[in-house]
Design a protein around this ligand. Structure first.
Ligand SMILES: *Cc1c(COP(=O)(O)O)cnc(C)c1O
Length: 241
């Protein structure tokens, strides 16, 4: 959308949000849930603050950024009254101190050591940070996250850390050719989400199942996602500078 004027982009964002919200409602109903049970996160990496603020004025109440630096840079320019921010990108331990307190949830917790660091910094700040455990749902070498095999054991280990609450699971699914393939991956995530939740472990609440992006959020919802992370379908293709 870069060739468009700002005003044209504002209208495009508004239109896109209408379509996406409609699709979300439809998929939620098909999966036997209320449309209000599925949250839309607008993924704002590389998007300028004025466009993010426009999305917020159109009703977006949750945004996700991948990088600590980018989030902290934009934060003073954003109208975050009534809108929460989550970190959704891989986090390095030297950045934890900077981000704790600036986001409601860190979705991309992919190791015990990063969870412990978040806990330590949260305790220092006198807060509890909600985290999601990232699962490498497609077992890809190139992706971060716990393997399905180790997830439960690691969740138990992390749950003993002060200063954090495990609030669910997230995944970045592989690009699949076939609908059945991607749905099987989402369905497996949903099974782990339910199984771990059923074990009723202290400090583990399986409230959020964050999966599905622009290309696959409808399938994710059909398989049980209650938070979808949508970027380019709202804001247009990303331009990395
Ligand atoms: C970029 C990103 C998204 C959104 O991707 P789109 O395909 O643009 O919707 C979602 N989740 C994560 C972790 C991302 O990095």
């Amino acid at each position: 959308m870069e060739w468009l004027s700002d005003n044209e982009r504002f209208s495009a964002i508004e239109e896109n949000l209408k379509y996406i919200n409609f699709d979300i409602s439809e998929a939620a109903l098909k999966s036997g849930r209320n449309p209000s049970d599925v949250r839309l996160m607008a993924v704002t990496k590389t998007v300028e603050s004025k466009f993010i603020n426009h999305a917020i004025s159109c009703g977006v109440n949750l945004i996700g950024e991948n990088k600590v630096q980018e989030l902290l840079l934009k934060e003073p320019e954003l109208n975050l009254d009534g809108c929460k921010a989550h970190l959704i990108g891989h986090l390095q331990s030297n950045k934890v101190k900077k981000i704790v307190g600036h986001v409601e949830t860190i979705q991309s917790v992919d190791s015990v050591s990063i969870a412990k660091e978040i806990g330590k910094r949260s305790v220092e700040s006198g807060i509890i940070t909600k985290i999601l455990l990232e699962v490498n749902a497609g077992s890809e070498d190139s992706k971060f996250g716990f393997s399905a095999d180790e997830l439960f054991e690691k969740a138990c280990e992390i749950s003993e850390t002060d200063g954090i609450l495990i609030n669910g699971l997230m995944c970045v699914a592989p690009i699949c050719e076939k609908e059945a393939e991607i749905r099987a991956i989402f369905s497996n995530m949903h099974r782990m989400f339910i199984d771990i939740g059923a074990k009723k472990i202290d400090n583990i609440s399986m409230n959020i199942l964050s999966m599905g992006m622009s290309g696959d959020y409808k399938y994710a919802i059909l398989e049980g996602a209650n938070l979808v992370r949508v970027g380019s379908s709202i804001f247009g293709a990303r331009i990395y500078r």
